[in-house]
Design a protein around this ligand. Sequence first.
Ligand code: HAM
Length: 430
Amino acid sequence: MLQRIRGTQDMVDMRAYAALIDAVKQHAATHALAEISTPILEPTELFKRSLGLFTDVVSKEMYTINTSHEQDSRSTEESICIRPEMTASTMRAYFNNNIERAPWRVWAHGPVFRHERPQKGRFRQFHQINFEMIGAAHISHDAEMIAMLDSFLRDRLKLNNFSISLNFLGSPIDREVYKTILRKFLDEQPHLPQKIRERQETNILRIFDLKDEECQKILANAPVLTDYLSETSEKEWQQVRALLDQLGVAYTINPRLVRGLDYYNKTVFEFAGAGLGAQNAIGGGGRYDYLSQTLGEEKIVPSIGAAFGIERLLLSLENNPEFVLPTPPPMTVIAPFAPEQLPVALTLATALRTHNICCEALLDGGSIKSMLRKANKYHATYVILIGEDEQKNGYVTLKHMAASTEEKVDMAQLINHMVMLVHEQKHHED
Ligand code: HAM
């Protein structure tokens, strides 16, 4: 058999994924966040402009398709890509759909693609839950967003083994001032590793993402941005922290947190999970006030957002006894003894399903013993046996699997009887 592409997954049990999305839906509803969906295919330019040419995502990890089409004897060339994230798409959608509401509070979930080296918790096709508030200028939205995410993990998913790192990247002017100071510091170092020298040329703030020991040793003494904020920025930075304190959200300040994408300013944050190994970032985000301009608009649309990685959230939830999957509805198996009973079995299955009763008819034959074995494997609560005698005399034999009892039920009464049983069973489980 052909194998799936490296870094992709077959999700053969979607129950936990579905429960996670249900939890987001409930959480989003209480936070007035509307669900949206944007295309997976986008113009390559969208991400080149927004994420930054020198970010890992754009320079190494994007799946790009260059297409050429013949139309009306003209050839059109297009560079499209499979989305590596959802924020730029959301901002594009805000303008393309002339959304006038601000803040536009939205969320989405779906696949995202990055050509990274696969490992535990790191995929080439992974899934994100993405939240954005587009047109949310006041800094208190930053605290609102972080508190909303914190409460999602804590209250909805019952996760408490995570931590939040927080930093403030100031305004573009703050960053220019700081970059000069940082450059000076680097110039004064007797020896600079090649990696730092390279980033110094392309995107100096991202030197803080370099994780190897040699770089970390130098960077530990480097000046930090939050020490060089303007008065206005300093005030906002204090406001975010004060609001988070007031809301009871625990966080750690990490003055070297820069995030891997270029569109951020002011507040940035990351959520880290415990016990996930090297890929412990379960989510991250921040403010991106200038993204609309980077994408070619005149207007500034100050915004804030974040995304969680679904695979990493599911890994965090794996050993969490408090995150319980909803119990499946009681299952009824219909077992016709011979091909002559197949039509009645199928008719009955259809009738039960229209009454919202989960059932499966065993249409592939077999002995009664093997059909009962199958029913056990499916965790059936009820089995309806239909043999020759049953068919001839218009009744079925209904087995109650847990109690190991059986009863004869008149065919004409069966649907009502089953509806009542399933209803009682559900009531009992609740
Ligand atoms: P990001 O930090 O690049 O941010 O990704 C968000 C989350 O996606 C990460 O924290 C991680 O859980 C997950 N993730 C990233 N790469 C992978 C991978 N290769 N395999 C599995 N999971 C992964 C963004 O994407 C921003 N758009 C977030 C944002 C929204 N900022 C503002 N609004």
